[in-house]
Design a binder for this molecule. Structure first.
Ligand code: FAD
Length: 372
């Protein structure tokens, strides 16, 4: 594509979905970052309990996501391509390591009270590193009751606020992506935010990566979007280097160590549908989380001896029907195109790279490929 025919690109939203989208554009689509502008009410480094989910995530790659074909692909693509992203960032931040970056590998154990969907298990088995199904003896040793099924794997762990900030610096300083802090009231206003290094074109592609913001943003107002609240307890536990997650019919218990010298471990959690209260945390939920996680992994220590760093609540940007990754043409002859990419719920870090790939392919009308 010649430079003059290239569209101007604006990404609305600077959560993990907006940043993954900028990364796929620069790496796969080979669009210079100098032709991309990200505009968002909150940028990496900012905090908002109810308006900016990404800094609040655990986070890791896990089996939390649904079993449909599209989601299985997003998870697989992200799992397989995070190594390339990690390498690109570490090459840029010379002398730093994966722990500093906030993206590193750890062992994980995932347990289910009901045997999970066969299609999901087939998919996981086909690509997860160190994948192993737990024996009945191993399952029977797990408290308070033996799960129906369990696996071990090598997973990806994020220190979400740290990684988000490093990823932002990489896109801004290496690729010259422009970041502007601004709230929009209508998606079409994004046309006004371009990278001044870009020579200009009358075609414009706007990626809508606004998470929960998609509920209220003019030109979108998607009432299928809702918050799924999660409370977590963050403790200091340098001896815990493994993930452990248990999926029940009406609960989710997880232990997620965060990369970095703080040696933090995130204990969770809750998946409270249509609960938008991120301001308050509750003692009874904290006690419930501690009870469940310390039973699941007793070596964390005794509740009365734990160093609790903080208790926090975040809102996952969920959507009835799943994430919306869709192309919407606004101009007469493709001059203005919206590409929606929101609704990542509890799996934006672990599936978002695949979601971004699909969004970019929709923008430039390409077939799916399995690698960047
Ligand atoms: C407790 C908890 C634990 C989690 N654990 C994990 C995990 O282990 N693994 C995992 O993969 N995921 C996890 N998640 C989910 C993950 O955090 C989300 O899927 C992800 O952060 C969603 O990113 P996003 O970019 O879509 O939204 P956000 O991070 O909310 O970003 C939205 C962006 O859009 C901008 N925006 C919105 N409206 C407007 C507007 N009108 N004008 C301008 N800008 C606007 C915002 O300012 C922001 O920059 C967890 C979430 C929670 C709450």
């Amino acid at each position: 594509m010649s430079k003059s025919s290239r569209p101007q690109v604006t990404i609305v939203g600077a959560g993990i979905i907006g940043l993954y989208t900028a990364y796929v554009l620069t790496e796969l689509q080979k669009i210079p970052g100098s032709e991309i502008c990200v505009v968002a009410k909150y940028l990496p480094g900012d905090q908002s309990a109810s308006g900016y989910t990404s800094p609040w995530a655990g986070g890791n790659w896990s089996c939390i996501s649904p079993n449909d074909e599209a989601t299985l692909f997003y998870d697989k693509f992200t799992y397989e391509n995070l190594a390339r992203l990690q390498k690109a960032l570490l090459t840029f931040f010379t002398g730093r390591d994966d722990e500093w970056l906030g993206l590193s590998r750890r062992p994980s154990r995932e347990l289910w009270d009901q045997v999970p969907n066969e299609r999901k298990i087939d998919s996981l088995r086909s690509y997860l590193e160190d994948y192993r199904v737990l024996s009945e003896k191993e399952l029977n040793e797990i408290r308070p009751t033996a799960p129906a099924f369990g696996i071990t794997l090598k997973t990806w762990n994020f220190n979400c606020p740290v990684f988000l900030f490093n990823f932002f610096q990489f896109l801004r300083d290496k690729h010259q992506v422009r970041f502007v802090k601004q709230e929009l009231t209508h998606l079409a206003q994004a046309k006004c935010y371009v990278n001044p290094l870009c020579s200009g074109s009358d075609r414009h592609i706007i990626f809508n990566c606004t998470g929960l913001g998609a509920r209220d943003l003019g030109g979108v107002r998607d009432h299928k979007v809702y918050p799924t609240r999660g409370q977590v307890v963050v403790v200091r536990a340098p001896h815990i280097n493994e993930n452990c997650l248990r999926w029940g019919r009406d609960y989710a218990t997880y232990i997620i160590p965060r990369p970095g010298k703080g040696k933090e471990v995130v204990l969770g959690g809750f998946l409270q549908v249509d609960n938008g209260n991120a301001q308050d945390t509750s003692l009874s939920e904290t006690e419930d989380i501690l009870k469940r996680t310390l039973t699941l992994l007793p070596k964390i220590g005794r509740a009365d001896e734990l160093e609790i760093i903080r208790v926090a609540a975040g809102l996952r940007p969920s959507r009835y029907g799943g994430p919306r990754i869709e192309r919407e043409v606004k101009g007469d002859d493709d001059n203005l195109v919206f590409i929606h990419n929101y609704g990542a719920s509890g799996y934006g870090y672990q599936g978002g790279l695949g979601m971004a790939l699909k969004a970019v392919q929709l923008a430039f009308r390409q077939e799916r490929s399995s690698r960047l």
